[in-house]
Write a protein that binds this ligand. Structure first.
Ligand code: AMP
Ligand code: MG
Length: 489
């Protein structure tokens, strides 16, 4: 069933990882499987056997050709540097080449205690596994670069967090698991050769267009390329009201994918100060801080490459610093492009930024649901749509704004119906709303996976109206408790 492995990470020098077989679990059962993704990865599903698949995705059986390992990495967690994190509960089986010819990592998350576990249990509870499954696949459906979920199995064992919970293993697919923290691990040990090896691997796998650049230049160009992808990535998060929740440097992917869905959530009522994570007391990773945290992470990445950029270290620092500064206008441009699209604008005009900002202020003043406000805006290209006005506790600022926007729409090259249509294609109706996700996880904990499966289905096509599924578009009822995510993942 498994495609052939093309091992890369396992062929790096031994100090990049620790060889480690997943720890078998008591009673593996396949509870979710992503067929379209499996097909894309080159799995042969003709003789698909759920029990055999459960054994593989639980780590009870290791597929032929895999060489399981735990990757070494470091990371800044909430600004504090930890020189040794590493895969404490994840095992990389190896890489495969997918149907499009791209290398993809196959990783089991929750596969048991590794030498990087630092006293923790190496396991994952079912709730967080299904949450990552749902949200990462939703992000994919929304067109955001992300790791993917291939399978989820329950283990037949309990894991202990605040309360005992059913254990599970997630099979995660990524363009790679190279992180800023991977570079930091070796930089912290002054292992320049290892940093160079990682940089070369990153260029080969993710930025092949940099391959003929001269030494030195290529590492600076790598920082610039990673910065561009992060700028685009965070701009797309901002356009969806997505809050990652734990943007530590070990969760910042060199490939530019969203990775590590822990305490993440989508904002409902628009407030740029929104934080969900219970452990993010200072609001470091609040919605509005995300672009600047990504920049901070990129600066940490650049630091690891300084010795490779120029023999003259002062010059290397100056050049890298300049590059990191350039992230700001780059991000601003990406963000504006995302917001223009959401407002149905194709042309670029001087006043667009102010127009977007005024709408956001009106949304904040009206405590409007972020997702639905944009969705229903598309119905208001001509007249004030009731569904839009209803979302605002106070619609004064919105009513003043709408004529301004319509005046701007009149200067587009296409008619209002075409504008409304392109708005529907980019402003989702369905997002993984917290109360829906929680409901699906609660049912799954009682062994009812129907709500989880339905939610997966709804989120696979987020911009198309799905008759009978109106409820999935609605924000949490006003009576719902303030939503908090816990990092007990
Ligand atoms: P995360 O917060 O998921 O990004 O993880 C940060 C670090 O903690 C990584 O080194 C993880 O491998 C490790 N970690 C998180 N949860 C566990 C666990 N249950 N057992 C072992 N290590 C863990
Ligand atoms: Mg992590």
């Amino acid at each position: 069933m498994f495609p052939e492995f093309t091992l890369r990470y396992a062929r790096l020098p031994e100090h990049f990882f620790l060889r480690f077989d997943p720890v078998p679990v008591k009673a593996p059962r396949l509870v979710a499987f992503n067929r379209p993704l499996a097909e894309q990865l080159g799995f042969d599903l003709a003789a698909f056997d759920a029990q055999q698949a459960a054994e593989w995705f639980a780590g009870n059986a290791v597929p032929a050709g895999a060489e399981p390992l735990a990757q070494a990495y470091a990371g800044h967690q909430f600004g504090q540097f930890n020189p040794r994190l590493g895969d404490g509960r994840a095992v990389l089986l190896g890489e495969v080449t997918d149907r499009a010819g791209r290398l993809r990592d196959i990783q089991l998350k929750g596969a048991g205690m590794t030498p990087f576990s630092r006293g923790a249990d190496g396991r994952a509870p079912l709730g967080p596994v299904l949450r990552e499954y749902l949200v990462s696949e939703a992000m994919h459906g929304l067109g955001v670069p992300t790791t993917r979920a291939l399978a989820a199995v329950t283990t037949g064992e309990r894991v202990f967090r605040r309360v005992p919970e059913p254990g599970a293993v997630l099979t995660r697919i990524a363009a790679s698991h190279l992180r800023v923290g991977t570079f930091q691990y070796f930089a912290a040990r002054d292992d320049l050769e290892a940093v160079r090896t990682l940089a070369e691997m990153a260029i080969e796998r993710h930025y092949p267009e940099l391959q003929d650049r001269a030494r030195g230049e290529r590492y600076l160009a790598l920082v610039a390329a990673v910065a561009e992808r992060q700028a685009a990535l965070v701009a797309s998060w901002m356009g969806l009201g997505f809050i990652h929740g734990v943007m530590n440097t070990d969760n910042c992917s060199i490939a530019g994918e969203t990775i590590d869905y822990g305490p993440c959530a989508f904002m409902e009522a628009y407030d740029p100060a929104t934080v969900f994570s219970s452990i993010d007391e200072g609001g470091r990773y609040a919605y509005r801080n995300q672009p600047w945290i990504a920049q901070w992470n990129l600066a940490r990445f650049a630091e690891t490459l300084i010795p490779l950029i120029d023999d003259d270290q002062e010059r290397a620092v100056a050049r890298a610093t300049e590059l990191i500064k350039r992230y700001e206008p780059r991000y601003e441009a990406e963000w504006l492009a995302v917001m223009r699209e959401k407002l149905g604008l194709v042309k670029e005009e001087e006043g667009d930024r102010a127009l977007v900002e005024a709408l956001l202020e009106a949304m904040q003043a009206g405590r409007a649901d972020f997702t639905l406000a944009f969705r229903h805006l598309g119905e208001a290209v001509e007249d004030d749509a009731p569904a839009l006005l209803e979302l605002f506790e106070n619609d004064e600022a919105l009513k003043a704004w709408l004529p301004r926007w319509r005046e701007r729409l009149a200067r587009e090259d296409v008619g209002l119906e075409a504008i409304a249509e392109r708005m529907r294609a980019v402003n989702p109706l369905y997002i993984p709303r917290n109360h829906r996700v929680e409901e699906a996880l609660a049912a799954a904990a009682e062994d009812d996976f129907a709500p989880f499966d339905t939610l997966r289905e709804v989120l696979a096509d987020p911009c198309t109206e799905q008759p009978g599924r109106e409820d999935f578009a609605r924000p949490a009822p006003a009576t719902a408790a303030v939503f908090r995510t816990f990092c007990g993942t």
